[in-house]
Design a protein around this ligand. Structure first.
Ligand SMILES: [Zn+2]
Ligand SMILES: [Zn+2]
Length: 437
């Protein structure tokens, strides 16, 4: 998060000083939040075009507002049955599945019964093969490194089980470490086993109660009715992403122009024309895939957003309001803390990471309020999580509660000891990235 603040002018609503952070294009008023909820292309996720991006940003705000109102009215409501979002994704999944079955049937007919010349069969088979590639479920793979086995970390596994019990959710099948500043739960592999991923950098930065809040939020996802996290909706959730990945990822038009330009250097007019057509089709498929996925997801997103807030309510219940808010405050400055640790890494060892992270967070505390506010501009309808500010507001609007789960102070050093090898790797990651600059 950027630091420099300037005061371009006064707030027209309350005459307070406006702020403008680096990399933020529009000033806002930190006192009355005037002009805070505006679409900022520099911060908002890129969705192919500004028009779609702006619509997604506005719609995201509406969904957040409506969901918060509902949950404030009845914070203890549990998800009941299949949500409309899930039913929708289910219907799309069934349609895609039928499309796949039809493609298989067509291929069988082509090979066995059509009696066409081999060359014609081959040409006619191509579209069906492409359809199959598109609808084939993307199941994800369990990471080969990073699995934290129960025999290596019995206390951590015990802690996760206790959080799951307190949260009323299933225990994850696998616990994994990675080195992102994040955490998550996913269903991976053919058996779609539930995997809890703990980003060691984030874990190191969080206070102990805040770690409980983080675990409770993630485990809350295993039982909160998020339509984007159930097996049944897998086909509908991944087909567009697959089309985008197969056609080269982001910025398809820029890539098409580059490729055509490089053809123009080498080949004649015929080659260039052919290249333009091929690259144009690839870019079109890319944009169509991305757009179709956004459209399909937009129907399911309100339910998914509600599931995120519900996971936060689980975190509040299990770890307490203060621990949840503390974890959010860490998250809003987590990148900056990690940057500080990167500078310090050559002069400290792995066991000092935690204390240094706590020190960095204390130093950054004055910047938390603005960083928190600006998080509202970084999310839209399709973001996996609401902005930190929105999430904190919901918890702040509810009565403050203590956590239902208490963890004895003597157990934390045992958990820490089990994770020592992972802290060493995190330290090496910091040292390793240093060498690259
Ligand atoms: Zn103001
Ligand atoms: Zn979540």
């Amino acid at each position: 998060m950027p630091t420099t603040t300037t005061t371009p002018t006064r707030c027209p609503a309350c005459a307070g000083e406006l702020v403008l952070l680096d990399a933020v294009t529009q000033a806002w008023c930190p006192a009355c939040l005037w002009n805070l909820d505006v679409y900022d292309p520099a911060l908002s996720p890129w969705r192919g075009t500004t028009v779609v991006g702006r619509w997604g940003f506005r719609r995201g705000l509406e969904v957040d507002r409506a969901t918060q109102q509902d949950l404030l009215a009845d914070p203890d409501a549990r998800p009941t049955g299949t949500s409309p979002g899930e039913a929708w994704l289910l219907a799309v999944s069934v349609a895609l599945g039928l499309l796949g079955v039809a493609a298989v049937g067509y291929l069988v007919w082509l090979v066995v019964a059509s009696g066409l010349p081999p060359g014609v069969r081959l040409a006619l088979a191509i579209p069906a093969v492409l359809v199959l590639l598109l609808v084939k479920p993307s199941i994800g793979r369990l990471p080969r490194h990073g699995v934290i086995a129960e025999r290596d970390a019995p206390q951590l596994h015990r802690l996760v089980r206790e959080v799951a019990d307190a949260a009323g959710t299933p225990v994850p099948d696998v616990i994994c470490a990675d080195f992102g500043i994040n955490a998550g739960v996913a269903r991976l592999g053919w058996r779609q086993r539930s995997v809890l991923v703990i980003g060691i950098p984030l874990w190191v930065m969080l206070s102990r109660p805040a770690r409980l809040a983080l675990l409770a939020h993630e485990l809350g996802h295993l039982a909160n009715g998020d339509p984007l996290r159930v097996r049944r909706t897998l086909l509908a959730r991944t087909f567009g992403a697959r089309a985008v990945a197969a056609t080269g990822g982001r910025n398809p038009w820029r890539r098409a122009i580059h490729s055509t330009e490089s053809l123009a250097v080498e080949g004649g007019a015929g080659v260039v024309l052919f290249g333009m057509i091929v690259h144009g089709i690839v870019a079109l498929v890319n944009v169509a895939g991305a757009t179709a996925q956004l459209l399909v997801d937009s129907v399911a997103m309100p339910d998914s957003r509600r599931a995120e807030y519900r996971a936060d309510l689980v975190a509040r219940r299990v770890a307490g309001s203060a621990a949840f808010l503390r974890s959010s405050e860490t998250v809003v400055v987590a990148d900056r803390i990690w940057q500080d640790l990167w500078h310090l890494a050559p002069r400290i060892d792995a066991e000092q990471l935690e204390a240094m992270a706590a020190e960095a967070q204390q130093r950054l505390a004055p910047e938390v309020p603005l960083a928190r506010q600006v998080s509202r501009r970084t999310t839209d309808l399709w973001s996996t999580h609401p902005g930190e500010d929105q999430r904190m507001r919901l918890i702040e609007a509810l009565p403050q509660v203590d956590g239902a789960l208490g963890v004895d102070d003597i157990r934390w050093p045992e958990v820490d000891a089990e994770l020592a090898p992972w802290r060493r790797t995190a330290h090496n990651v910091l040292l390793g990235t240093r060498d690259r600059f």
